[in-house]
Design a protein around this ligand. Sequence first.
Ligand SMILES: Cc1ncc(COP(=O)(O)O)c(C=O)c1O
Length: 464
Amino acid sequence: MDTRYQSTSIEQKFSFLSSVPEEGASGFITDFSRSKELQKISHDRIPGGAHTYAKGDDQYPEMSPAFLVKGKGCHVWDVDGNEFIEYGMGLRSVTLGHAYEPVVEAAYQQMLLGSNFTRPATIEIEAAQKLLSLITSAEMVKFAKNGSDVTTAAVKLARAYTGRDLVAICADQPFFSTDDWFIGATTMTAGIPDAIQQMTVKFRFNDIHSLEDLFALYPGRVACVIMEVETADAPKGNFLNEVRQACQDNCALLIFDEMITGFRWAVGGAQALYGVTPDLSTFGKALGNGFSISALVGKREIMQLGGLQHDRERVFLLSQTHGAENHTLAAAIATMTIYETEPVVEFLDRQGLRLKNGILKIISENGLDEFVEILGKPCNLIYVTRDRQKNRSQEFRTLFLQEIIKRGVIAPSFVVSYSHTDEDIDRTISAAGEALVVYRKALDEGIEKYLVGRPVKPVFRKYN
Ligand SMILES: Cc1ncc(COP(=O)(O)O)c(C=O)c1O
């Protein structure tokens, strides 16, 4: 690729990145002084200091890079010039790597032709055809910008199609939307009318009886079941097929939220891997390698209620100014082409497994098997930290984050990308190994001796 992305002004702006920051006396990354200055400004101007809660200060230790300025592959640089290997990049949206050149180039070429016109651009059809060719259950698609746009649209479409009002969500899964139908079912219900809260009901993952009980409790009222196919918990036995059948028997729609699983579990999504066909499904995150794009896909008979070729009441389905931004669609086409032609899914699994095995070995060597767990599919690893009493612990999560950050790794999860090389993985294993030695000492001697500042907190809580 040519050099136009490294324009002089960008270089000047971030010139400090080329000077290697001074290491602390210990050799660890300890200088976050510019980050600390910017934190004061950001909290004054932005509620929470960030535009996405999951990136916020309450999710990270005090000794951490608060602002990043550049990413390349799986490496990022903070505002103090510190370099890190990053995991879970862009909240799992950056599957290929930061500033991934074929994707950036495709977006750039499209930008030269214009970003947004008065009538649809031809690339809207091109992107639709590409996505529909990859997802077997998808007969029609509408693009949007965020995952929440499309999960909310799926729920609305299901309500319109069935003429029912209740939404059944999986209680064990963490997130479906920033909109009230979902946030109203969390502990952060401020600003959400009670009437809306009452319309979302919950069932348990891998517990078909809990879903059947809902259908029995609310006969003829459940419009849809929305769930992820798999999170850290894998579906057991015939659970997914039983959910499919229960929806069919009760005339409710089945929506698979594939925001995380799409293009990561398999190119055709987790639905392809498990061979279960939903009525509607939603994709985002990996679809654009960090560009803002999401998609609602599904059966024609349902999707076309948002269109012009039916006699039923019209559904206002996803109509946004930036819904089909041309260069984002170009980025998505380039990204999907890479998933189709390169072994991305296999690579994510392989690197995740290398990382998991390496860290599990160190966990055992330090006698931490009952205190640190690595969960999930290799392509989407998370970890759980426990205290001396073996209870889940935010303090110990913070300590682990603090110690691994010190050693040059930002790992709120261990979610890998196509850019995590063997060397990156091995450096991470070594950093995690040292962090776990400190974890062991903190268990034995008391965490207050090792943790700097306050612990992290869960996003969903009623008060600060
Ligand atoms: C499973 C799942 N569904 C939906 C969403 C919402 O997507 P977005 O943040 O793009 O609105 C998320 C976001 O993390 C998610 O993980």
